[in-house]
Ligand binder design. Structure first.
Ligand code: PEP
Length: 247
């Protein structure tokens, strides 16, 4: 049985008040018990979430190095000590705006697992890559390279998130069929590269303009195990609706 997860990525948005409102709502609302809720607030707000009874806390980024002269950065061990359990790695905004490539993504995934954090490895094609028709190969390569430093045993700490770049923040969600096709293909990649067990047990989330209306049909697909939600995770009621849709 794979873990169902709905994760909210606040990006560089949100306030202490919104964090307090979200924590309160998650505590007071009885969401389906088989859905794990994770919130990735800006790092300065993680303290508002770490004692939240209704969610786990994640960080949006880590440095791959353990410590040192990296002004402005956070190491995996610091993030763990601050009470986070998850970390986003390979988000398309980190890849496109901060030049993060697959070897750095792999190093961050390894640093996360090595320090007791669960990485959510984000993969996904650009519109050009989709239109060129080679998007499954692009996604396969991101998955294989991103996981390349882990042992088989470490793979159980990983969650994947398929986020087509053309769907992130655009209001253009992939159709449930488009998303399911990619998720099924990623699962086959995991079976070929590792084992059927790894493929069957790894949660694969869909991300890209998920909202309260689109979540149900996406999460009903057999290979979609929940969602990574950006914009809609900043609206307390809508986020709770999306969380409920994963059950
Ligand atoms: C994201 O940031 O991972 C994301 C999917 O954003 P949005 O839901 O706003 O498209």
């Amino acid at each position: 049985m794979r873990k169902l997860i709905v994760a909210g990525n606040w990006k560089m948005n949100g306030t202490r008040q919104l964090a307090a409102d979200m924590v309160h709502a998650l505590k007071e609302t009885s969401l389906p018990t088989d859905v794990s809720v994770v919130v990735f607030p800006p790092s300065i707000l993680v303290g508002s979430f770490v004692d939240c009874s209704g969610c786990k806390t994640g960080i949006q980024n880590i440095n791959s190095e353990p410590s040192g002269a990296y002004t402005g950065e956070l190491s995996a061990s610091m993030v763990k000590e601050a009470g986070c359990s998850y970390v986003l790695v390979g988000h398309s905004e980190r890849r496109s705006l901060f030049g993060e490539q697959d070897d750095l993504v792999a190093a961050k995934v390894k640093a996360a697992v090595g320090n007791g954090l669960m990485p959510v490895l984000c993969v996904g094609e650009t519109l050009e890559q989709r239109e060129a028709g080679d998007y499954l190969a692009v996604i396969k390569s991101q998955v294989v390279l991103g996981l390349s430093r882990l042992s088989i045993a470490e793979l159980e700490k990983v969650t994947l998130a398929y986020e087509p770049v053309w769907a992130i923040g655009t209001g253009r969600t992939a159709t449930p069929e488009q998303a399911q096709n990619v998720h099924a293909s990623v699962r086959e990649v995991l079976a070929e590269e590792y084992s059927r067990k790894v493929a069957d047990e790894m949660s694969i989330l869909y991300g890209g303009s998920v909202n309260a209306k689109s979540a149900g049909a996406l999460f009903a697909q057999p290979d979609i195990d929940g969602g990574l939600v950006g914009g809609a995770s900043l609206k307390v009621n809508e986020f709770l609706t999306i969380c409920s849709a994963a059950a």
